[in-house]
Design a protein around this ligand. Sequence first.
Ligand code: ATP
Length: 140
Amino acid sequence: MRKTFAIIGLGRFGGSVCRTLIESDQEVLAIDNDEDRVNEYMNIATHAVVANAQDEITLRSLGLRNFDHVIIAIGEDIQASILVTLMAKEMGVPRITAKAQNEYHARVLEKIGADVVVHPERDMGIRLAHKLTSKNILDF
Ligand code: ATP
């Protein structure tokens, strides 16, 4: 079934989530405050907009609360990541996935209501180690 996603932050992580969702025929609104990044996704995402996600009025005018799933893929600016996650939660977004930069960041994101917290480098390291030690190494 086709779902609607909003991705905030088009770095390596947010960008690859965006491309993969589009390949899976999902509807994706891509948001970033960097115009060059947004231009890169103009012909990839269903819609792409330049916006500062820390601005609540902007988030409301983009209709964030109407999306099935919001992915907050801001990494370095931990304050922005926390604030945007909190606002998305308060707006009643049904499902929120947020990217964490470190363990403390992850704990805060969980506490304020992110449904899924990902920590790509750590998660990938764990997956790789499991794969390397699994019986079926032909898989790798
Ligand atoms: P990655 O590892 O996925 O490349 P990163 O951890 O380096 O990302 P950042 O580069 O800090 O994370 O952020 C990812 C994207 O989020 C960037 O393209 C940045 O422009 C965007 N971004 C950061 N703050 C905001 C904001 N307030 N509103 C919208 N986009 C933002």
